[in-house]
Design a protein around this ligand. Structure first.
Ligand code: NAP
Length: 313
């Protein structure tokens, strides 16, 4: 007799993170994806796909009653930092109220399902790398994500993962790394910030780590940053350009602090990974490891036209 696979509900199934990690999670879990928008290509590896507005408490209750699961990975959010700053009420609805709806419904159902809340490195400020207790939100997005974390803590049976990530989903090539590669290949003028430090994980590494933490039954708040020292966003782009053989002639170096952005940005979002390493008993891939993987994926998928247009050597 084969053991039944655990069931996992992933909110934000139409988003960038989902497009990268859901195929991975679907190898170990029966995954049900949910978002407001209609299912796209991602449905093929999902056990089921649902459409719901999770800011509606009734819809959330209905969903969880009709789709009983072992784990809820809550990634749905208003993840645009500037949009959150411009529309704080929308940020509150999407990031806090939506999480509260899930926590209330999961509590009503007995609290046995594990909640995995996807949070962010934007909750930090000041010189990094930051330990989990080091929070100091400086924008609406970070504040609303911290309030969401408090809801997860109130639920108890919850793991909050603070992430920053990049990856290659083979389709729209969105995200920071995709934007850098696409813009440089098209010889567009871009600005690279050398005053913002981070340690994002490649989404393949993130998915594998997430699966391991779920399997271990880890609880509490854990940084899911890359190992090593991290780097500035400008150096991140330089490494990608170097590995892909793309020219940086059209890239200018600038400061996030001087850019006309609606929301303030932390200058150093690097996360300490000691807790994560202790939890898994092993070291964590570095940003450089992730870039290596991203560039191999990018080159494997680039069209001949893109390679020619970029002057790829
Ligand atoms: N992107 C980053 O660089 C980054 C960095 C650190 C942390 N994070 C966190 O990672 C998570 C995923 O980010 P992402 O980049 O994948 O975001 P994304 O691409 O903007 O996707 C957001 C997802 O949330 C869904 N959603 C939004 N409002 C909803 C609602 N009312 N009801 C149901 N679904 C709703 C969206 O689907 P519909 O619009 O179709 O409903 C979409 O699937 C977020 O929690 C974010 O805070 C992201």
């Amino acid at each position: 007799m084969t053991a039944e696979r655990p069931k996992l509900l992933f909110t934000g199934a139409s988003g960038f993170l989902a497009s990268n990690v859901l195929p991975w999670l679907a190898e170990s879990f029966d995954c049900i994806g949910v978002s407001r928008s209609e299912p796209g290509d991602e449905t093929s590896f999902l056990a089921a796909r649902e459409q719901a507005d999770l800011t509606d408490p009734t819809a959330v209750k209905w969903l969880l009653r009709n789709r009983p699961v072992d784990v809820v990975v809550h990634a749905a959010a208003l993840a645009n930092v500037d949009a959150c700053e411009r529309e704080p009420a929308a940020a509150y609805r999407a990031n806090v109220a939506m999480t509260a709806n899930l926590v209330r419904a999961m509590t009503e159902l007995g609290g046995n399902a594990r909640l995995v809340l996807v949070s962010t490195d934007q909750v930090y400020n000041g010189p990094g790398p930051h330990a989990e207790g080091d929070v100091a939100p400086i924008n609406v997005y970070a504040l609303t994500k911290l309030w969401a974390e408090d809801w997860a803590e109130r639920y108890g049976n919850a793991l909050t993962v603070r992430v920053n990530f990049f990856g290659f989903n083979g389709r729209d090539r969105s995200g920071l790394a995709g934007w850098v590669a696409r813009s440089l290949a098209a010889r567009e003028r871009i600005t690279l910030f050398d005053d913002v430090m981070f340690n994002p994980l490649h989404t393949a590494h993130l998915a594998e780590i997430l699966s391991a933490l779920i399997a271990r039954g880890s609880l509490g708040r854990i940084n899911l940053g890359a190992g090593g020292r991290g780097m500035s966003k400008a150096n991140f782009a330089r490494l990608i350009a170097d590995k892909l053989g793309l020219s940086l002639d059209n890239a200018v170096v600038g400061k996030a602090a001087e850019a006309a952005l609606a929301a303030a940005r932390p200058k150093d979002m690097r996360m300490r990974t000691d807790r994560l390493e202790a939890e898994l008993g092993r070291s964590i891939p570095t940003v450089e490891d992730g870039i290596e993987l991203f560039c191999a994926e990018w080159l494997a998928a680039a069209t001949a036209h893109e390679l020619e247009a970029s002057g790829w050597r």
